[in-house]
Design a protein around this ligand. Structure first.
Ligand code: NAD
Length: 340
């Protein structure tokens, strides 16, 4: 079985090129969301623990089964740890044998960014050029890179309550892009004049990070950080003004911005699931004035796409370590032989 460490995933992304990886992943996501009904899936089971949440994300089609273990502990950075870390597994469904175990902290950032780019492509105005990022933590640079593959970004306006996170973001973006960077003193200043707003903060509470008054017609919003019961980032009144698209209603109604609508109101107010836009069963943006909201929580299908692509690339570039995490025996019934 292939084992991929963080360093090996980094090596693989470097070899393939991060832009190429994101482009390939957007394509893989299009293809996998396009066959949404072929997947056996469920809203992720979550265990709420002091300070955070621990989640398992299983899904399968008729070729592979994948799952990801992921957490969210917003106070971890205070002790030098990351808010979100993850690991994942890819298994064959014909035999049930696992074929890869991988780090998924980096892969989560890549797949979240790639899915956000896919949604942004389907929902934002074609001539959107100004991107606001509120929350410049671990996910932020990935999001800018991926959205930059579907829209020509000329200006990024950004804000975080942590000035050190803003310094880091500025340094990282400058190292790989010549986009105009506008450091803002508030979220309000960041979203002023933006065509696209991406909110990616971490706080386990209902926080009005973005206020309704600041949201002008024609804007597209990616709500990324509201992804757990009791954890939202948008002023509630934004929802009734927006055309809302979710990944998977049954999970998003528990975890997303729409959790505050409740099931029945959510059913009537949510416009579509992402796969319906991908297959063109429903239109994306229909005019220049509508406010569109991609209410993301992250679903197993995105991890499936990332693990599948990563496995193919790891095979192609011979990256990763082969280890027996399942027994190799001559007689399949003689398990005890591995001990002798
Ligand atoms: N939807 C998805 O698929 C998905 C995937 C990954 C992470 N997430 C979520 O995204 C969020 C961010 O993840 P991360 O790994 O970047 O975390 P992080 O802790 O590295 O960054 C979060 C940033 O938000 C900032 N912040 C907190 N409150 C703020 C506020 N009111 N205004 C402005 N900035 C604020 C923090 O200072 C921090 O820099 C988390 O809530 C995580 O659960 C969602």
């Amino acid at each position: 079985m292939k084992i991929l460490s963080v360093e090996q995933v980094a090596q693989l992304i470097k070899t393939h090129g991060i832009e190429n990886y994101l482009k390939d992943l957007i394509q893989q996501l299009r293809s996998d969301f396009g066959r949404w009904h072929e997947f056996n899936k469920m809203p992720r089971p979550a265990m709420h623990v002091p300070g955070g949440v621990l989640e398992l994300m299983p899904i399968c089609d008729n070729t592979y089964y994948t799952y990801k273990y992921v957490n969210c502990h917003p106070k971890n950075p205070e002790s030098g740890l990351m808010t979100v870390v993850a690991t994942g597994q890819l298994s064959r469904i014909d035999t049930g044998y696992p074929i890869m175990i991988s780090e998924m902290t980096v892969l989560t950032a890549l797949r979240t960014a790639a899915t956000t780019a896919l949604a942004t492509d389907l929902l934002s105005r074609k001539e959107s050029h100004v991107l606001a990022i509120v929350g410049t933590g671990a996910q932020s640079e990935f999001l800018v890179k991926a959205i930059g593959l579907v829209r020509t970004i000329t200006e990024v306006r950004y804000f975080d309550i942590d000035p050190v996170a803003m310094d880091k973001f500025e340094k990282n973006i400058k190292a790989s892009s010549s986009v105009i960077l506008v450091r803002c003193a508030s979220a309000e200043e960041a979203v002023k004049g933006a065509d696209m707003i991406t909110v990616c903060t971490a706080c386990k509470a209902h926080v009005d990070v973005i206020k309704n008054d600041w949201v002008r017609p024609g804007v597209h919003i990616n709500g990324i950080g509201g992804d757990c019961p009791g954890k939202t980032e948008l002023e509630f009144s934004i929802l009734s003004r927006s055309k809302i698209v979710v990944e998977y209603f049954d999970q998003c109604i528990i975890e997303g911005e729409i959790q505050r609508l409740g099931y029945d109101q959510g059913k009537s107010q949510v416009y579509a699931e992402l796969h319906e836009l991908v297959t063109a069963a429903k239109s994306g943006r229909e005019n220049e004035n509508e406010i569109t909201l991609y209410d993301s929580v992250g679903v197993g299908l995105e991890d499936y796409s990332a693990l599948r692509l990563t496995y193919e690339l790891a095979e192609r570039y011979h990256v990763g370590q082969e280890l027996n995490l399942t027994p190799v025996v001559v007689d399949s019934k003689n398990l005890i032989s591995v001990l002798t």
